[in-house]
Design a protein around this ligand. Structure first.
Ligand code: ADP
Length: 507
């Protein structure tokens, strides 16, 4: 519920004022393309505006990079690789990554506020993002020291050994839902393994990555990380297709992921794809009701539902369904939908108006199909939020599992509820989507939890919790949710290095 203590006109003004003042404090001075350690305009001289989804106002004007800028960035990255970065020892790379983590920590509040302005996520959640960003850089700082190859038992007078060598230059395309955290997930393992990067932030949320480069300009040798802001087809596609990158890592929608896979095929680039999801959250009848409701709220409403891992399909056992959904709906209705810069806000606006409209279209489709709405199903009834791209926390019941709103990723605060009694039928339905990113299970019976974890088609399974992302936990999808894993040592060793096998004759 919104804060009602002030009339809505006054609240609209105070929200705008708060956002303008915060923007003046936290938007970094350099907002151009970051190539070879310099801040440069786009070759085409084009720019675009990034907007505050809470107020609809322009936050900043940034460069619209194109193919020529990608060419320049890839060239700068190779120069950096050849002339400096490939000479850095693992210990030196470790120190660089530790310093990046320290700079994020020192500026944590400003980073968090900037993320909230650009993305719309509640400030309390943006602060958690920044803790994770620092921790992921620190994790990969340590991982530089354990990135070794193997000695293969071979006999016959041969000594077979593998080296894990960096690719040289990698391309990285990131989304708008966790802008700086996704940059950390990409840059951490790439740099730890000894690669240089050309990174393209999402056009909706370029500011925290640009701030990161402002803060660490003196930490990294020039050209080790290059940032080209711009639109997907103009800057993302030339990056994925570039003949001189050796690997492309992409996080975003499955639809665009398929295009990136085709682009990468042109030069047979190695690829990591972290794509969409439509993840099941399974509640057993023995679940502690209060804890299960809290976990369900986190599963679907954390980050305003803009999580690829969101537990967007709820399967609740028939023995407890009525009681459970009643408690869930009342908790959802009680979420604080308001200005995300306020400490008490638990649900902010969607990242753009276009994304809010997309979510509302799915809601309409469910409504047209005769679904029942346990909560939400509209925009908040609060004049002070009218300029923002808000969608109310929404719970949908009595909907066919084949409905498009159930089968497709909505990427918003919308969950569909299903009741189950027969385990096999429930698992069949839980797996009956094209995606396989994550799943959640809530029960006190550890044997059942483990069996269910094995039965769900998902790359990540949370038991009695949801959306927990400690550094070191490999993350990625089954089926159309992606290829490869991010985070963790696996990301570094298997996705940011290539194996060279050396076979030495001993006789
Ligand atoms: P979302 O569904 O989260 O909006 P997208 O998959 O559209 O995400 O975008 C994720 C990232 O992919 C963004 O950085 C975007 O600019 C980029 N992108 C979009 N279209 C393309 C494309 N055709 N080729 C390469 N990158 C793209």
């Amino acid at each position: 519920m919104a804060t009602e203590s002030q009339p809505s006109g006054d609240r609209t003004d105070s929200i705008s004022q708060r956002h303008r003042e915060t923007a003046a404090d936290v938007i970094p001075p350099n907002l151009k393309l970051y190539i070879g350690g310099d801040w440069v305009p786009s070759s085409a001289g084009e720019t675009f505006e990034t907007r505050d989804p809470t107020t609809g106002e322009t936050l900043a004007t940034v460069q619209a990079g194109t193919r020529e800028d990608i060419d320049r960035a890839v060239e700068a990255a190779w120069t950096a690789y050849d002339e400096t970065w490939s000479d850095y020892s693992a210990a030196e790379r470790q120190r660089v990554l530790e310093e990046i983590a320290a700079r994020v920590e020192e500026n944590r509040e400003a980073f968090a506020r900037l993320e909230t302005l650009d993305n719309g996520k509640p400030i309390s959640e943006a602060r958690i993002d920044m803790e994770l960003v620092a921790d992921h850089f620190r994790y990969f700082a340590g991982a530089t020291r354990v990135n070794g190859g193997e000695t293969i038992p071979s006999g016959d007078g041969q000594h077979v050994q593998t080296l894990r060598e960096p690719y040289g230059v990698v391309g990285q395309i990131i989304p708008w839902n966790f802008p700086l955290l996704m940059a950390a997930w990409k840059l951490g393992p790439a740099l730890a393994a000894g690669n240089c990067s050309v990174l393209k932030p999402a056009e909706e949320t370029p500011l925290t990555v640009l701030k990161l480069m402002n803060e660490i300009d003196d930490v990294l040798p020039d050209g080790v990380v290059n940032v080209v802001t711009g639109f997907g087809p103009d800057a993302g596609e030339p990056l994925a297709k570039h003949p001189d990158i050796r690997k492309i890592a992409f996080t975003g929608s499955t639809e665009v992921g398929k295009q990136v896979m085709t682009q990468a095929a042109e030069h047979v680039h190695d690829i990591t794809l972290e794509l969409g999801g439509k993840s099941p959250l399974i509640i057993y009848p023995d679940a502690d009701l209060e804890k299960a409701v809290a976990t369900t709220i986190t599963a679907i409403f954390y980050n305003t539902g803009e999580c690829c891992s969101a537990g967007s399909r709820l399967f609740v056992h028939s023995d407890i369904k009525d009681e459970f959904v009643e408690a869930l709906a009342s908790t959802a209705e009680d979420l604080t939908v308001d200005d995300p810069l306020l400490e008490e806000t638990t649900l902010g606006p969607k990242v753009t108006e276009e994304q809010a409209e997309r979510t509302l279209e799915y809601i309409e489709e469910a409504r047209d199909a005769g679904a029942d709405f346990l909560a939400g199903g509209d925009v908040p009834d609060d004049e002070a939020l009218a300029e923002g791209s808000f969608v109310s926390p929404t719970l949908i019941d009595d909907i066919d599992h084949d409905n498009r709103a159930v089968q497709e990723e909505i990427f918003g605060p919308v969950q569909e509820v299903f009741e189950w009694t027969d385990y096999d039928a429930m698992i069949e339905l839980a797996n009956d989507v094209d995606y396989g990113l994550a799943a959640g299970i809530i029960t006190n019976d550890i044997t059942k939890a483990y069996e269910t974890a094995k039965d769900v088609e998902a790359g990540n399974v949370w038991i009695n919790q949801y959306n927990a992302f400690p550094a070191g936990m490999p993350f990625g999808g089954y089926k159309q949710s992606g290829i490869g894993r991010e985070v963790g040592y696996e990301a570094l060793a298997e996705h940011y290095t290539q194996t060279k096998t050396i076979n030495l004759a001993l006789e």
